[in-house]
Design a protein around this ligand. Structure first.
Ligand SMILES: NC(=O)C1=CN([C@@H]2O[C@H](COP(=O)(O)OP(=O)(O)OC[C@H]3O[C@@H](n4cnc5c(N)ncnc54)[C@H](O)[C@@H]3O)[C@@H](O)[C@H]2O)C=CC1
Ligand SMILES: O=C(O)[C@@H]1CCC=N1
Length: 284
């Protein structure tokens, strides 16, 4: 097991991504719940739910909120891009350069974050995904030049505890968003369709779901364990003139692969748009 971290970490924004990471950190024992806190703009009920579920610290009063942020060694920005502008401006006075800032926000560059804070801080920009909840996340990281070696190790340890980590150049983070940040939703979308197809053919919803889940799990593990390309594994399923070929021909006629490629590209493009909407330098 990895050495547990002793730093204090505060999540700003207590939504699905924050919960996925919090749960992963606790389940893998990388951080004790007592070292984890979460604050939200509103919705005290949501914070209480997280506190009950994971034993993490939440503010009891408005003043606590500022203290939790100021005292944290690591501050994770986990609000929606549309809320980031207002949130980050009000945060600036609480943050100091001994803290590591980790952003999971899609589209917002480290430069834009620094402009919003009005100061240079060590920032790790990340693109995780919700599979971090069960330790199967896929996260890309990039670092601003202010991030120390030790802080890099903290960030890598946090995301390695909830899945795989890839270090990429910041120019590629939006591409990662298109592939693995939004990616789980594409797979769920395909699964929904497989289940529906099974139901239309008379399977019960439960049986269609169980068969679909095991099929997706098995297919992903086959790629991982055999090391073979998905295209090669697909060929092995596809007997000439058989059922799979017939199915794939119909899917190709609907241009399924092209639709997915264009979806990946659009997600990355949308990340850029979200960042541009918030980049303070655009007003100059
Ligand atoms: N959900 C996902 O699969 C992924 C999300 N992300 C990024 O994670 C971020 C959060 O996404 P979700 O968790 O899905 O959103 P969400 O809507 O579930 O959670 C966002 C939370 O931020 C809170 N919030 C809003 N303004 C705030 C403020 N001023 N101070 C503190 N908290 C504030 C909201 O109350 C809400 O609880 C987004 O920036 C998104 O781009 C990144 C990778 C994957
Ligand atoms: O949909 C979104 O904007 C976020 C970023 C990646 C996954 N969810």
């Amino acid at each position: 097991m990895k050495q547990p971290l002793t730093q204090k970490i505060c999540f700003l924004g207590a939504g699905s991504m924050a919960e996925a990471i919090i749960r992963g950190l606790i389940d893998t024992k990388l951080l004790e719940p007592i070292r984890i806190s979460a604050v939200n703009r509103s919705n005290a009920k949501r914070l209480q739910e997280l506190s009950r579920r994971y034993g993490i610290t939440i503010p009891q009063a408005e003043a606590d909120k500022d203290r939790l942020i100021r005292d944290a060694d690591i501050v994770v920005l986990a609000m929606k891009p549309k809320d980031a502008g207002a949130a980050l401006a009000s945060l600036a006075s609480l943050l100091h350069n001994e803290q590591l800032i980790i952003s999971v926000i899609a589209g917002i560059s480290t430069d834009a974050l620094m402009k919003m804070f009005g100061k240079e801080l060590p920032i790790v920009r990340t693109m995780p995904n919700t599979s971090s909840t069960i330790g199967l996340g896929a996260t890309a990281l990039c670092f601003s030049k202010q991030v120390s070696e030790e802080q890099r190790r903290w960030a890598e340890a946090i995301f390695a505890s909830v899945g795989i980590v890839k270090i990429v150049d910041e120019s590629l983070i939006d591409a990662v968003t298109g592939v693995s940040g939004s990616g789980p939703a594409y797979i769920y979308y395909v699964m929904e369709a497989m289940i529906e197809g099974g139901i239309q053919l008379g399977l019960t919803p439960e049986t269609a779901k169980e068969l679909t889940v095991q099929t997706v799990l098995g297919a992903a593990r086959m790629v991982q364990i055999t090391g073979e390309d998905p295209a090669e594994l697909r060929r092995k399923v596809t007997s000439p003139g058989g059922t799979t070929q017939a199915a794939l021909e119909v899917m190709a006629s609907y241009r399924l692969q092209e639709a997915i490629i264009q979806g990946v590209r659009r997600s990355a493009e949308r990340a850029v748009e979200l960042g541009q909407q918030l980049d303070p330098s655009r007003d100059q």
